[in-house]
Design a protein around this ligand. Structure first.
Ligand code: SF4
Length: 257
């Protein structure tokens, strides 16, 4: 994981935890007198409940940061990924906005953290159970071959990266799917029922795709957009090949930066 993205993530997560702690303490202190009037034991019960919740949150964040720093599973990496996806990420988008960090930067950081947690488990996936999910905007705009129905129809002219992706899919014997949008992508995942996905997309689509697919492990790779969004986009094939090598052959090496 690149250092700036790691710093953004860890900074946001620490700030988020401090914020939640401050809000929790505030919620406890303000109605303290009122709680006492309800029942003499009420403040103690509320205190213990809030304290245990905060303790669990701090433990989870500590494990998460340890996993990110080590790059290997410390404990419960799969469960931590769930906490990041379902609880922390939505809060971090809001906190990022307050701190002036763009949504795109937080999304990039989220994708990197997700990838690291998927990799931290170091699980090998059978190639037949691996899905390469690509966006249609990777295809050269003037090519009229219907790669969305069957990517292997590509004539390998080399004007776009579909050619390289078809070659990679054949080399590793994995399923390659090119989808025109989120709905079709979800349908392709439901049809293929993979054990893991390698997906290429922009920040927004990768983020929502990773959230939708959870608990399925997804390694996300951001596309390159030399002509702006959704038009003749590209992807670093070395990153896709490295992710394939990692998942299909269980190579727990250092990912391509
Ligand atoms: S590489 Fe394949 S998909 Fe891309 S333009 Fe050529 S024939 Fe079309």
């Amino acid at each position: 994981m690149s250092e700036p993205k790691k710093r953004i993530f860890i900074g946001l997560i620490v700030f988020t935890v401090l914020l939640i702690t401050a809000i929790t303490v505030g919620l406890y202190l303000i109605p303290y007198i009122g709680l006492k009037n309800i029942h003499p034991l009420a403040p103690t019960i509320v205190c213990w409940t809030m304290g245990s919740t905060l303790g669990l949150l701090l433990l989870g964040v500590g494990l998460l940061i340890a996993t990110l720093v080590r790059g290997r599973e410390v404990f419960l990496a799969a469960r931590l990924r769930g906490i990041v996806i379902e609880v922390l990420f939505p809060i971090m988008i809001l906190v990022g906005r307050v701190l002036g960090i763009s949504k795109m930067k937080v999304q990039q950081s989220f994708v990197e953290v997700n990838n690291l947690l998927v990799r931290a488990r170091c699980a090998e996936v059978k190639p037949k159970r691996l899905l390469l999910l690509m966006p249609h905007c990777l295809q050269f705009s003037d090519c009229d071959i219907k790669v969305t129905s069957d990517a292997s129809k590509c004539k390998a002219c080399g004007k776009c990266k579909i050619k390289d992706l078809v070659e990679l899919a054949q080399k590793y014997d994995v399923h390659l799917s090119v989808a025109t949008g989120g709905t079709l992508a979800r349908r392709r995942v439901a049809e293929a029922r993979p054990d893991a996905i390698i997906a290429v997309a922009c920040e927004r689509d990768l983020t929502s795709g990773i959230q939708d697919a959870y608990p399925l492990p997804v390694i996300g790779i951001l596309n390159d957009r030399p002509f702006g969004p959704c038009f003749n986009t590209s992807v670093d094939i070395a990153k896709v090949a490295e992710a394939l090598e990692f998942l299909a052959h269980g190579r727990c090496g250092t990912p391509v930066a």
